[in-house]
Structures are given as structure tokens and as C-alpha cells.
Design a protein around this ligand. Structure first.
Ligand SMILES: Cc1cc2nc3c(=O)[nH]c(=O)nc-3n(C[C@H](O)[C@H](O)[C@H](O)COP(=O)(O)O)c2cc1C
Length: 394
């Protein structure tokens, strides 16, 4: 069975659900064409702004915590202070034209990310990128590096009235679709999604990076560039996925582009299962290279074939009904912890971890589960040898 990966967002067709998010991998026409060459259906330009301060990059500015995990496809965090595009908006006119003139550019969706300091700048940037040939506009109301009161990035997103007004201004000036990008930091993502949609956004992106601080205790200073940084990466996936599910449950009737922490094809499937139409990916493409896009397309296609889904729509939102609200969780089940003594090495990990002090190491380092066991399941999940399991007894 051949699967159809295409999705529609605000009258535009994406040949698959993968969009490369605004960042270093989309900082020029050349890099965006590379995204398309490796199979991405869409790409968002690095954010275009007239703000010169946001266009000059601090150096060094990128850092990975747990880099070994990044190589091994595990959870790691990406900490950086990458600001907006170094190119002035007029240069982007040339870059956008170049992309849209090429065959790859014509087959793919080009989204221009913009950030204005005034409503007039938002309006001017909207006209500029649309006239240059962008297919869609994304409003940067998520950049974690904006600290002072501003009409852009995460500080603007803290003020619902501003968010609404910015979306309205951009919508009024644009005849192409407008996407609102949600900050995860300090604002209520569900409320933001509602405000954006009520103000006319044609789709929303949930979500972007947090703002964080990594401190070196020897120098007693923040590492590398010396200030706050954007903090994201695969560790944030469960948070982004939870918010995406919550936004989908609101049934806002506009497409959701899921984002935040995607590092493998399974994550794309997860976002679609909770209601996303497409996804945006940034960090894992920086770390793993453009080629991971091909593997992701293959993985999603093969999963769909195995499950018998022909179109993305066939499984979009399917898992929402499987999310049980807290008040309906079954609380009367009783389990027994079964120890597989062939696997158990008596390492004592479960003994140290058990919050109920219910596990003891008996003779010959044999693990014994006491009556205090509350069936929390933590020992099963932490055992490095998969020697423990839960069996329902009532
Ligand atoms: C180094 C770096 C630079 C970024 N630059 C931008 C940017 O210029 N504009 C923007 O809207 N988002 C920017 N982002 C945020 C990403 O587009 C994306 O929303 C965020 O990283 C979450 O996706 P991910 O978990 O796949 O990285 C940047 C992210 C990183 C890591």
C-alpha cells in the first residue's frame, strides 16, 4: 500500500507533515533549499526583523547538555542565544525570490518568520515578504531572548491584548495565510492559541523554546556567552505534546503545527495522534543534519503502512479519546510486583528508589517486596535489568 503523506494548512498543500522550523538550518535561501532537497515539505525562514540588535549574533552561542545522548538518540538539552536573522529584510527579498524561482521552492511551502518592533514594522514586514513570494507568514511571538517590553517575541506574548493586535495587524496586511507561534515561556499556551485564532490566525505552532540559565559554579557566571539562553531539545517533548493535546481538545477549528522536542519519526506520529496537522523541527536537524528528514519520512510512512493508514487524516487526533481525564482515572486496581530472579542482580537500585521503603535486599541479595508496597510502579521503571513487573491481581 502506498501512503499519502500530504496535509493541508489554510489552503496550502504540504507534500508531507515535516516543516523545518525557523533557525540556523533556514538562515538563507541555500539552506532552505537544502531542507527541501532532503524532503521537508516546508521551511520557516530565520526570523526577519529591522531590529539591528537582534541581528548581531553573540559568539559563542550554542551548547548541548548531555551530548552523548544526542548521538545516541536520547534526551538532551540544547542551550543557545541564537538571535534573529543576520540578513536585513531587503536581503531576504532576494533570498525568498531565489527560493520561489527554483523547482524545489515551487514544490514546497516557504513560510517567512517576521518580528516587528512597532505595528508599522509588523505591517511593512508582512507586505515585504508577501511581495517577495512567501507562501505564508509566521509571527515570532516566541523568541526567548526578548527581555524588555517589546512588540515581539515572548515578552509580547505575555500581553494577550498585544498578541491579538499583532495578529490582526499582520492578517489585515496579508493576503497569504498567517501562522501564530506560541511561546511556552510564562504565558498560557492554550489561552494564547485561542487568542491567536480569535484574532484571525490561520494556524498555530505549539510550541517553541523556554528561557533558561546554566551557571558554572567555579566562575560563578553563566556559561559561554554570559547571559540567559533559549532552552529546548528532546527533553521538552512531553510538555509540548501535552499542550498540543490540550489545544486540540479546545477544537479551535484551525490546524495545529506541533513542535518542541521532536527528534525522531515516532515523535511526529505522536503529535499527529494528539491532533497536529503537521510538525516543525529545529534542534534535531541542527544536531543530526538535514539527512534525518529522510529517515523521518521513511519512518512515518512505514508506520502508516503497518497500521493500515493511507492518509495522515486517518490517524490525526486518534489518541485524544485515549487520554483519560484525572477525575475518571481508575483508582481501585491492585497489583503485585513480580521479581524475575534470573534477571535480578541484587544491585539495590529499587531498594534505594522505593518511596514507600517497601523493598528490601534479603539473603543472597534477593529482592523482597514488603506489604508497604503501594503499586506506584517506580521500581519497575527504574530497574536496569527489567527484572520487575506489575501484575494485576484485583
Ligand atoms: C539555535 C536556534 C535558533 C532559533 N532561531 C529562531 C528564530 O530565529 N526564530 C524563531 O521563531 N524561532 C527560532 N528558534 C526556535 C525554533 O524555531 C523552534 O521553535 C524551537 O527550537 C522548538 O523546536 P525544536 O524542539 O524542534 O528545536 C530557534 C531555535 C534554536 C535552537
Amino acid at each position: 500500500m502506498r501512503v499519502d503523506l500530504s496535509v493541508n494548512i489554510a489552503s496550502l498543500t504540504f507534500k508531507n507533515p515535516i516543516i523545518v522550523a525557523s533557525g540556523p538550518s533556514t538562515a538563507s535561501a541555500e539552506r532552505i533549499l537544502k531542507c527541501f532537497e532532503f524532503g521537508a515539505a516546508g521551511a520557516v525562514t530565520k526570523t526577519i526583523t529591522y531590529d539591528v540588535m537582534m541581528r548581531v549574533q553573540p559568539k559563542p552561542r550554542m551548547y548541548i547538555m548531555k551530548p552523548g545522548n544526542a548521538l545516541g538518540n536520547g534526551f538532551y538539552s540544547f542551550y543557545s542565544v541564537d538571535l534573529m536573522s543576520e540578513y536585513e529584510p531587503e536581503r531576504w527579498v532576494e533570498e525568498i525570490r531565489r527560493i520561489k524561482k527554483s523547482t524545489l521552492g515551487k514544490e514546497s511551502v516557504l513560510i517567512a518568520s517576521i518580528a516587528g518592533r512597532t505595528f508599522e514594522e509588523w505591517e511593512n514586514l508582512t507586505r515585504l515578504v508577501e511581495d517577495a513570494g512567501a507562501d505564508m507568514i509566521e509571527t515570532n511571538l516566541s523568541c526567548p531572548h526578548i527581555e524588555k517590553d517589546s512588540l515581539m517575541g515572548r515578552t509580547a506574548a505575555l500581553n494577550p491584548k498585544l498578541v491579538s493586535e499583532i495578529i490582526r495587524v499582520v492578517k489585515k496586511a496579508a493576503s497569504i495565510p498567517v501562522v501564530g507561534k506560541i511561546t511556552p515561556h510564562g504565558a498560557n499556551p492554550i489561552e494564547l492559541a485561542k487568542i491567536m485564532v480569535d484574532s484571525g490566525a490561520d494556524a498555530i505552532v505549539s510550541t517553541a523554546r523556554f528561557r533558561g540559565l546554566i551557571l558554572d559554579i567555579n566562575s560563578m557566571k553563566p556559561i559561554l556567552w554570559g547571559g540567559f539562553g533559549g532552552y529546548g531539545g528532546p527533553w521538552q517533548l512531553p510538555i509540548s505534546l501535552g499542550w498540543t493535546a490540550n489545544i486540540a481538545m479546545e477544537n479551535l477549528k484551525k490546524p495545529i503545527i506541533g513542535s518542541g522536542g521532536i527528534s525522531r519519526w515516532e515523535d511526529i506520529v505522536r503529535f499527529i495522534l494528539v491532533g497536529a496537522t503537521a510538525v516543525q523541527i529545529c534542534t534535531s536537524i541542527i544536531v543530526g543534519g538535514y539527512n534525518i528528514i529522510r529517515g523521518m519520512i521513511k519512518g512515518v510512512s512505514e508506520w502508516m503502512e503497518t497500521k493500515g493508514f493511507q492518509k495522515i487524516e486517518d490517524f490525526r487526533g486518534l489518541s485524544l479519546k485515549n487520554i483519560i481525564p484525572i477525575e475518571h482515572l481508575e483508582r481501585r486496581k491492585i497489583y503485585e510486583i513480580i521479581v524475575n530472579y534470573e534477571r535480578c542482580t541484587g544491585c539495590g537500585m529499587c531498594v534505594r528508589t522505593c518511596p514507600y521503603n517497601a523493598i528490601i535486599l534479603g539473603d543472597n541479595n534477593r529482592v523482597r517486596i514488603g506489604l508497604e508496597c503501594d503499586n506506584c510502579g517506580l521500581c519497575v521503571s527504574i530497574c536496569p535489568f527489567k527484572a520487575l513487573s506489575l501484575e494485576r491481581i484485583a
